[in-house]
Design a protein around this ligand. Structure first.
Ligand code: GLA
Length: 386
């Protein structure tokens, strides 16, 4: 977040609370290089924490009250931890949901007061909600002297989203927001939650292509895929698709409805692509990385059916540009962002061409921007000069 944005948070905090906050918490959004819709099948993912985040300036309180003002939504939540009620599904639910998840796990929480703002486009597939949950979780930990390792913080943040908000998400977004590392992608095993950091080749530029179309990550679309992979697992005789091989899926094909077969095929082949991609990344094999990203898109579009016409268009336009190694839709899908990998930092012709071609074919102006890698959630002191 820029100095100016942090300055705005501090200024708003001082206006509202007539004091300086005691500290600042920042939790990043993410891109995902590869491994899409695999996490809730206990598979593998390869996300990167990015330089877009949710930031809170806060001070612990002596009571059980949470008072938090959101600059982005121009709304305030004031709630006693002993008396939280589920509301309408907006940003406040992520705050209360995270509090509930921590308390449900047996942690005694103190209240705090804060001002929060973010620069992650909302609902675009860059995990603004996971960043909010992780930032709130970290704030509770700091205000209540709780020491949680990144995986536990991620699990409780996920629980907030699955059980309080009601979207049965996997663990990827919360874990990368909690454990990201600058310069690296995180190769995560979503079964064991073991992870390792894979260095991002220096030549690579990561470009986010926001179609500016949104389809809210509602219970219906996302949870429907969840149900379908459960059905597939049952037919394949495994607990999660992570345990199935492409060979098993092919052998069982005649016993499965075509949709269920294709859902399973996506997950098992995507898991293989994650490993192949990590190996290519370690070998600086940029061409293979690009091919795998393109293959991931085809699989998400045709087998998993979570793409959209705008996502398909922007991906095709990107793939045709000479600088582009590969491109694919990213995140939950149905709208939002695609990711392009470029083998150069000369991104202007790429951006200009994709922008104007997409705009002329859809009438929509896309939002195209470079992201760089960042660290996971962290606390910093309040800068004296802001
Ligand atoms: C959303 C969910 C993640 C993951 C992706 C798809 O971002 O929050 O857990 O399932 O979709 O890969």
């Amino acid at each position: 977040m820029s100095q100016e944005q942090i300055g705005k948070i501090l200024e708003t905090y001082r206006e509202r609370f007539s004091e300086n906050p005691s500290s600042i918490v920042t939790a990043p959004g993410r891109i995902n290089l590869i491994g899409e819709h695999t996490d809730y099948s206990e598979g593998f993912v390869l996300p990167v924490a990015i330089d877009r985040n949710v930031t809170l300036a806060f001070t612990p309180r002596d009571d059980k009250v949470i008072q938090v003002y959101s600059i982005d939504f121009e709304q305030e939540l004031v709630v006693n931890l002993d008396n939280m009620q589920r509301g309408d599904g907006g940003w406040k639910e992520y705050v209360m949901g995270t509090a509930w998840a921590l308390m449900d796990a047996g942690y005694a929480l103190n209240g705090w007061q804060a001002v929060v703002a973010g620069n992650i486009p909302i609902g675009a597939g860059l995990s603004s909600s996971a960043a909010l949950e992780v930032a709130i979780g970290k704030t509770f930990c700091l205000a209540s002297n709780i020491d949680l390792p990144p995986a536990s913080l991620a699990l409780l943040s996920r629980k907030a989203e699955a059980e309080w908000v009601g979207v049965n998400v996997g663990i990827m977004d919360q874990l990368i927001s909690a454990a990201g590392k600058e310069g690296h992608a995180l190769l995560l095993d979503c079964k064991t939650l073991d992870y390792e950091y894979v260095p991002i080749p220096k030549e690579i530029t990561l470009v986010v292509l926001d179609t500016m179309t949104r389809r809210e990550l509602t219970k219906s679309d996302y949870n429907a895929r969840h149900e379908e992979v459960k059905q597939a697992s049952k037919l394949l005789g495994v607990q999660f698709l992570r345990e199935a091989t492409p060979q098993l899926v092919e052998e069982t094909r005649t016993h499965m409805a075509s949709t269920i077969y294709r859902r399973a095929r996506h997950v098992v082949t995507e898991n293989q692509r994650v490993h192949a991609f990590s190996t290519a990344m370690r070998n600086n094999d940029l061409l293979t990385m690009g091919q795998l990203i393109n293959a991931s898109h085809v699989s998400l579009r045709d087998d998993y059916e979570v793409s959209s016409s705008e996502l398909n268009l922007i991906v095709e336009l990107a793939q045709k540009q000479p600088a582009c190694l590969g491109a694919r839709m990213m995140g939950a899908g149905f709208g939002g962002c695609a990711l392009a990998l470029l083998a150069t930092d000369q991104v202007e012709p790429f951006t200009e061409n994709v922008f104007s071609l997409y705009r002329s074919q859809t009438g929509i102006e896309p939002n195209i921007f470079i992201v760089t890698s960042a660290d996971g959630v962290g606390e910093c002191s309040v800068p004296l000069d802001l």
